[in-house]
Design a protein around this ligand. Structure first.
Ligand SMILES: [Zn+2]
Length: 382
């Protein structure tokens, strides 16, 4: 099957080396409910997994939970609760939503907090091998020691700096050897801070990037076949993961990189800071999870799209038409819908064409069994 490899900057023909395929997808930071942008991202990998399984592969998909990260601590403080309570509540809610939306269960869903010792040991190893340095107790990765830094994302230096500042980094902190050096370990001095651990690299907590390097390589064998996430993770998060992982001995870290475009809401990126989120749980009050999947499949993962009410209404209508077609149980008229859906997925996960094949099939009163097989492949449970 074909998909767009971010590192190679082109559509590649993905040929797994054996029966097994290992996929790591960066998951959620559990401090707020999952919005449709998240679901759109995870749906891409769910469809990828389903088609690979349909082709006879055994897919190991690991999707982590970033339960040790600054936004959770901030939100928990605002709520006046311990961050672990907030994280647990949001993880429970997220998992329920994913089940309702008929996502395949990940092989593992590791939490960052379960791997603190391994993360600290990795930071120590990077310090000892000269790839990291200390700054006022904090520990940074020295990007000048990894000459391929930036070569997967292919962004200009200016864009790298802008993305880093925008996405939780600190390019302007005085004392760093290089503005793009990223945090591996945050030193904590406040004894009341709820998220700090004793470790060989001091009292504190890991940075976000090292968390994914450790969770991926502890659960899956490297090189991974495919590493995924939202496009906003390409830099610095994934570039940092590559640098750390490869210097920790996992070279190459991943054979392929696959990223999903953002979902817009009336022309704006859906984001917490803009306050324009559409939450999956609110749509699910309509009791129509199949329509959520159908609506998101109207957009290609590489281009993303815009969430609009008409899209939602159309998807609900299509879900109804599909349901009626299954109930009518027509037999005999084969339109080749299953083959068309398979071919569409193989062609860079072309979900729009897959939906067209479904529409054509129901318009011509095609065979219900063939339709059901196509819906199963797409994870659409009516
Ligand atoms: Zn990650």
């Amino acid at each position: 099957m074909k998909f767009y490899d971010t590192a190679q900057q082109k559509i590649i023909n993905f040929v797994p080396t054996g029966k097994n395929v290992q996929i790591y997808v960066c998951g959620v930071t559990p401090y707020d409910s999952a919005h449709l942008g998240h679901i759109f991202t995870f749906l891409t990998y769910d469809l990828l997994q389903r088609r690979l399984e349909n082709l006879g592969h055994t897919v190991k998909l690991v999707r982590n939970i970033t339960d040790v990260d600054e936004p959770i601590f901030v939100r928990a403080r605002e709520n006046g609760e311990h961050y672990t309570e907030l994280a647990k509540r949001e993880v429970d809610s997220f998992q329920k939503i994913m089940q309702t939306l008929n996502f395949r269960d990940p092989t593992a869903e590791p939490m960052a907090s379960e791997y603190i010792d391994e993360m600290a040991a990795a930071v120590k190893q990077l310090l000892d091998s000269g790839h990291a340095y200390e700054l006022e107790g904090d520990i940074y990765f020295d990007v000048s020691t990894f000459k391929q830094f930036g070569m997967t994302s292919n962004f200009s230096k200016n864009l790298q700096l802008a993305f880093m500042a925008d996405r939780g980094g600190d390019p302007e902190r005085p004392g760093k050897r290089h503005p793009l050096d990223f945090l591996l370990w945050r030193h904590i001095t406040d004894p009341t801070d709820p998220a700090a651990w004793d470790s060989p690299v001091g009292y504190g907590r890991p940075g976000w990037h090292i968390e994914c390097s450790i969770m991926s390589s502890r659960i899956l064998a490297t090189p991974l076949d495919i590493h995924g996430g939202g496009m906003d993770l390409i830099f610095p998060h994934h570039e940092a993961e590559i640098a750390q992982s490869e210097e920790l001995g996992h070279e190459p870290f991943s054979k392929h990189w696959m990223h999903v475009a953002p979902l817009l809401l009336y022309g704006e990126k859906m984001s917490k800071s803009l306050g324009n989120l559409v939450f999956a749980r609110d749509l699910l009050t309509d009791g129509n999870p199949a329509a959520v999947r159908l609506a998101l499949m109207s957009y290609h993962y590489r281009t993303g799209g815009e969430w609009r009410d008409e899209l939602w209404q159309e998807a609900k209508q299509l879900a109804q038409q599909l349901s009626t077609a299954i109930q009518q149980n027509n037999t005999g008229k084969h339109t080749g819908v299953l083959g068309a859906v398979q071919a569409a997925l193989d062609d860079n996960l072309d979900t729009c064409t897959a939906l067209e094949a479904l529409r054509t099939h129901i318009a011509s009163h095609g065979d219900a069994t063939e339709l059901q097989q196509s819906l199963d492949l797409l994870g659409i449970a009516l």
